[in-house]
Design a protein around this ligand. Sequence first.
Ligand code: RFL
Ligand code: PHB
Length: 377
Amino acid sequence: MRTQVAIVGGGPAGLMLGRLLELRGIESVILEARDRAYVQHRVRAGVLEQATVELMDEVGLGARMHAQGLVHRGVELRFEGEGHRIDFDALTGGRAITIYGQQEVVKDLIEARRAPLLFEVSDVRVDPVAPAVSFVHEGAAHELRCDLIAGCDGFHGVCRPAIAHALTVYEREYPFGWLGILAECAPVSEELIYARHERGFALASMRSPSVTRMYLQCAPDEPVWTDAAIWDELDRRFGLRVNRGRVLEKSVTPMRSFVAEPMQFERLYLAGDAAHIVPPTGAKGLNTAMADVYLLAHAIEAFYGGDGSGLDAYSSRALERVWRVQHFSWWMTSMLHRIGDAFQLRLQLAQLRETVGSRALSTALAENYVGLPFRAA
Ligand code: RFL
Ligand code: PHB
């Protein structure tokens, strides 16, 4: 087998890269370890930055997102028993976020894909020098020769480990995780609520006017609680009576910050969670994956036009944005979670009061939350 770009991983990064290349007349093959149903039903991110929304439009897949997504023009920060709204509209000149599940984005991209997308591949091995990718599909071993490999196989994939000798890793693990639930009831508020409470952080989000998504700070290895214990704790931490309904899904996610540098070795280019992870407090993981592949697709297009300078600069350009997002995610995480000693708790409150009280700091939060523009070069 031969193609121009071998894409390892059919998550948001790999699928969007495939779409951007297809629209530029560049061939690709996407190799995905899981089956289609699993990939389409995995409950993960829900917040699309303005630039991600614009990208879905640019690739011609915005219709369902605009019909079903919920546009939010602000979020609430809640602490010391009171809510404070950060007004995106006023602070960012009309920018907004859209609530639309990651698995819906994935469904739209899979639906649109015409070029090869192989599910349930195994034994994937990448050779960044050849370059080539070997794998097993439907019982047969294959070798895919290519010009470039895109490593879009997430945090637990094979691409980053394959070039570990060439990478430096920067990381921080947090001494807590998030217990997340998806439930059949109306959201407690029209906008997201990020709550800091002495018992720990809580977040109220949603997927639709009748489906709620909520998170509670917990121990990183916490056994999943009973539904009743979760609802009672949500009431306590928000200081409100939240709507209750049938719990459709619950799970615990550990939290870490992680960056591998550079995001390239020979002809292998990493994008999305394969190269970096943020704690979910800033809602940045999916959006940063999209920013990476936007940059990478333009660099690949230039490469086939005879100019390889964009590919050479890909890692350093992507990392500039990655570190801005790392800082924002770390800032939101450390400002809102139960963390550290009494001194640090007082610093947190001082920081929160200033963030909602000062126009400069509210603007910084709003600008980062709605997201930085995607750059093509
Ligand atoms: P993904 O989505 O992990 O996709 C990687 C794909 O590669 C496949 N794969 C392989 N394929 C072939 N061969 C192999 N050897 C392979 N190994 C793995 C996997 O099956 C998978 O399909 O990475 P990608 O594309 O980089 O996308 C990143 C995002 O998924 C991730 O950053 C976000 O989900 C993070 N995240 C959030 N991001 C946001 O922007 N906003 C949010 O509101 C948000 N909330 C969240 C989140 C992540 C969460 N969890 C569970 C980690 C909330 C949660 C709870
Ligand atoms: C979500 O709706 O899943 C969500 C929203 C905001 C975050 C993280 C996750 O910061």
